[in-house]
Design a protein around this ligand. Structure first.
Ligand SMILES: *Cc1c(COP(=O)(O)O)cnc(C)c1O
Length: 223
C-alpha cells in the first residue's frame, strides 16, 4: 500500500469537501455516495482505497473490471461495483455476474437483455438510466425528450426497477443547468437517485441534488 500514499489523503480531502458541500446545501452528508472511479488504475490502488475505508468503486469497461475486481470482491465482500461506461449487449452476461449497479442503461435492447439476464442469474442489480443531457452526438445516453417514455417502458413493460438517472454534462459548458435539468427529469418520474458530478464539479452537483458522485482523478491521480 506504500506505493499509493496519496490515495488516503485524497480520499480524506474529498470526503471533507462532500461533507462541506452537503452542509452548504442543507442536506445530510450520508445521502451522498462517493463512487471511487478506478478505471486505468491497478488493483493495488483500489486496495489502498479499500484500506482507507472506501467500499464503492466505478469502472467504465467490463473487461478491465473483470481483470481487477473478482479477486478484490472475494477478499472484501462489502465492495460495491458500479458500471459507469457503455455496455454492449454481448457483455451483459459478464456485467450482470460482476457488477452490483449498472449506471449506463440507455436503450431498449440493453434494458431487455439486462431483465432477461438478471432473471437467468437470479441476481438483482440496481439500475440507472444514462441521459445524454447535452444532446451530444458523441455521447451515450437517452435523449432528454425520450426519457419519460423510456422510464415507463423499463417499469411497465420490462418490469425493471430503476433507481435513478445518470449524466455527464458537456465538458466545455457550466454544468449547473444540466444538473438542474437531470434533477427535474428524476423528480417528474419519481426517481430518487441522481448520479452526477465528477472530480471537477462534484460540489456543484451536490448543490443540485446529486446522491452519487463519481470521482476518479481527484482520488487516484491522472490517468
Ligand atoms: C472517468 C469517469 C468519471 C471520473 O472522472 P474524473 O474526472 O476522473 O473524476 C466519472 N464518470 C464517468 C462516466 C467516467 O467515465
Amino acid at each position: 500500500m506504500t506505493d499509493f500514499p496519496h490515495i488516503a489523503s485524497n480520499l480524506a480531502e474529498i470526503r471533507d469537501s462532500i461533507a462541506a458541500a452537503a452542509k452548504a446545501a442543507d442536506r445530510p452528508a450520508d445521502t451522498i455516495h462517493l463512487i471511487a472511479v478506478s478505471k486505468t488504475h491497478p488493483a493495488e490502488a483500489v486496495l489502498a482505497a479499500i484500506t482507507s475505508g472506501q467500499t464503492v468503486f466505478g469502472e467504465n469497461r467490463v473487461q478491465e473490471a473483470q481483470a481487477k475486481f473478482p479477486a478484490l470482491k472475494a477478499m472484501h465482500p462489502a465492495l460495491e461495483l458500479h458500471l459507469i461506461g457503455p455496455l454492449q449487449s454481448n457483455k451483459v452476461r459478464e456485467a450482470v455476474a460482476l457488477f452490483d449497479v449498472i449506471q449506463s442503461v440507455d436503450r431498449e435492447k440493453l434494458a431487455q437483455a439486462l431483465a432477461d439476464e438478471m432473471q437467468k442469474q437470479k441476481r438483482v442489480l440496481r439500475l440507472f438510466i444514462q441521459v445524454n443531457i447535452g444532446e451530444e452526438p458523441q455521447k451515450a445516453g437517452v435523449n432528454p425528450a425520450e426519457i419519460d417514455a423510456f422510464v415507463k417502458l423499463c417499469r411497465d413493460e420490462l418490469k425493471l426497477g430503476i433507481d435513478g438517472l445518470m449524466c455527464i454534462p458537456p465538458a466545455d459548458k457550466h454544468p449547473a443547468p444540466y444538473f438542474a435539468l437531470l434533477r427535474e427529469m428524476a423528480r417528474r418520474n419519481n426517481l430518487t437517485e441522481l448520479s452526477m458530478g465528477m472530480s471537477g464539479d462534484f460540489e456543484t452537483a451536490i448543490q443540485f441534488g446529486a446522491t452519487h458522485v463519481r470521482v476518479g482523478t481527484a482520488i487516484f491521480g491522472q490517468r
